[in-house]
Design a protein around this ligand. Structure first.
Ligand SMILES: [Zn+2]
Length: 551
């Protein structure tokens, strides 16, 4: 058996509490092995190098209807170079470029957070066409008529659990996400806002109820990833109160709040827009089962794309360039695409930038917060190395704050925060912590038998942004796929899924519903394992679910 050895690197492996320790790593047959069992066939000298597990992005819009709509809508921004390796500019890159850009940054697993169940086939086809990385999707529920009808009729929790498990299996997803709980459905009945304790006119149920029921279903089915929640009132000044109420709605069950920056706004001051990061991070720090990702805003042209058609509609007047779209598929949920340019000449955009950074820096435990820009909503994922530098270098971020076109210094506490993230904390937040809350036991780790997804950085590069943007080696499943910025070999990752068990009696009810309302028959809605591997083109890896009960 051939063995690859990474020799003498400074290893960061948070799961094993290894931080900045000189260590040799051995790889055999795509896995990490503790000691070399055979002849070492290749050695990579990692002197003056940093060795970490491959990075994991748990929230990035890389596949599905809304991404393709944005690609079509914003063709003028595409880099039309014939050279696939020319990676400049795109903020909604093609599937090929998405894979190339991620792997060249040392990311080896990425998760699409908004898979509309009816559109899951399309999402998986795009992700299967994205080279190198492992991937997975979160299925959207909480605005679909079938679930809202079950809740409004007072269905037993076990029936709801069966439906949620059916959706996970049928769509080949790894988690459940709820976007603006009940709000997207209410929008179709002409409601233009829906607060956490407000009834929808159609179903007479509140977002609080939907969050509670779904968080419980995900928990009881034993799905490792907690309910992934995009809160009510996205982007609305003063929304931090409804964000806190949404957190409370889970009643202590595990919950993940996504792009929390967009939900941490106060309405104080002469502009009626202020930072509420202190109030929000107080909750993150004190509630044990709560995690979040940030959705950092960085300046430049991008496109916002969200399942939250209610809020995308509300924001359409800000579209830059001036074109936008909202749509809905089979009344399951919707999406909205609004291109947007963040600029430091805008008080609101500049403060959004500061609120995101405050949130990162005030959250004490790097196991509870994840590095995201909600790609491409806050900025393209290619800006992660810049974001890491902002977190690790106080002088750098203070200088950028001083150079802003608008003076926001009286509105942010950023300069009072002395904290600089360490390499160990960055390794935790981008490797071990996302693996843990996704239930990926073989990822984000350099333990024996873990998947050999590894990134090597050159620690002699003094600029931290440059170092994180240019790993010297990226290894995927034991194969060196990137060396000194060059692609050495194309590989194709797997799709990570969960399949909790359920009572198939729910499918009788679903069949009636599908026959009456859907354009697709129930059997055709389901994506089988064979279809994933033979038609869509991605093998699956099933992550274990262990059922739990709430008394
Ligand atoms: Zn998102």
């Amino acid at each position: 058996m051939s063995t690859l050895c990474l020799k003498n690197g400074r290893v960061f492996d948070p799961i094993n509490k290894i931080f900045n320790k000189k260590k040799d790593i051995y790889i055999e047959d795509g896995k990490i092995t503790e000691v070399s069992n055979g002849k070492i066939s290749e050695t990579i000298d990692c002197n003056n190098k940093i060795v970490m597990p491959g990075a994991i992005d748990l929230h990035t819009h890389i596949g599905g209807g809304k991404v393709n709509i944005a690609r079509l809508m914003l063709q003028e921004f595409h880099n039309n170079s014939d050279n696939d390796y020319d990676l400049t500019a795109d903020f909604v890159p093609s599937t090929l470029k998405t894979g190339l850009q991620y792997i060249k940054m040392g990311y080896t697993s990425c998760f699409e957070p908004a898979v509309l169940p009816i559109n899951a086939r399309q999402s998986h086809a795009e992700m299967a066409d994205t080279p190198f990385i492992d991937k997975g999707g979160y299925a959207l529920l909480g605005n679909d008529d079938f679930l809202l009808d079950l809740i409004s009729r007072g269905a037993h929790q076990s029936e709801i659990n069966d439906y949620v498990a059916f959706i996970l299996k049928a769509t080949q997803c790894i988690g459940i996400k709820v976007v603006n709980p009940g709000g997207i459905n209410a929008f179709k009945f002409n409601q233009r806002a829906l607060n956490v304790d407000e009834n929808s006119v159609r179903y007479k149920i509140t977002p609080r109820k939907i969050v509670r029921v779904l968080a419980r279903a995900v928990y009881e089915l034993g799905v490792p990833h907690p309910l992934h929640v995009h809160c009510s009132n996205l982007g609305v000044p003063g929304n931090f109160k409804s964000t806190i109420e949404t957190i409370k709605a889970a009643e202590g069950l595990p919950v993940h709040i996504t792009h929390i920056q967009f939900h941490s706004y106060g309405n104080n001051g002469d502009r009626n827009f202020s930072s509420a990061s202190a109030e929000i991070t107080e909750y993150i720090n004190k509630i044990p089962n709560l995690t979040c990702d940030v959705g950092q805003v960085l300046f430049g042209q991008t496109a916002t794309m969200s399942g939250d058609s209610m809020k995308q509609h509300a924001n359409h007047s800000h579209a830059h360039p001036d074109k936008w779209l909202c749509m809905d598929i089979e009344c399951e949920a919707g999406c909205g695409v609004v291109p947007f340019k963040y600029t430091d000449q805008s008080f609101v955009n500049a403060l959004q930038w500061a609120i995101g950074l405050e949130t990162f820096l005030l959250t004490e435990d790097p196991d509870k917060i994840f590095l995201t820009t909600d790609h491409p909503n806050g900025a393209p994922f290619t800006s992660y190395p810049h974001l890491i530098k902002l977190l690790m270098d106080k002088t750098f971020r203070d200088n950028l704050l001083d150079q802003m076109s608008v003076d926001i210094s009286k509105h942010t506490i950023l300069k009072d925060i002395k904290r600089e993230y360490t390499l160990s904390e960055i390794a935790t937040m981008t490797r071990s912590a996302p693996a843990k809350i996704l239930g990926l036991k073989n990822k984000g780790s350099l333990s024996k038998d873990a998947d050999a997804d590894i990134t090597v950085y050159d620690s002699s590069i003094k600029d931290i942004e440059e170092m994180f943007a240019n790993p010297t080696h990226v290894i995927k499943d034991g194969i060196v796929v990137v060396k000194d910025g060059e692609i050495k070999k194309y590989t194709w990752g797997k799709t990570q899924v969960v399949k909790p068990e359920y009572d198939t009696a729910i499918e009788k009810k679903l069949k009636k519903y599908f026959d009456k309302y859907h354009t697709i028959a129930l059997p055709n809605y389901k994506i089988s394992n064979d279809e994933m591997s033979e038609v869509i083109g991605s093998d699956i890896n099933e992550v274990e679910c262990i059922r739990k009960r709430i008394s």
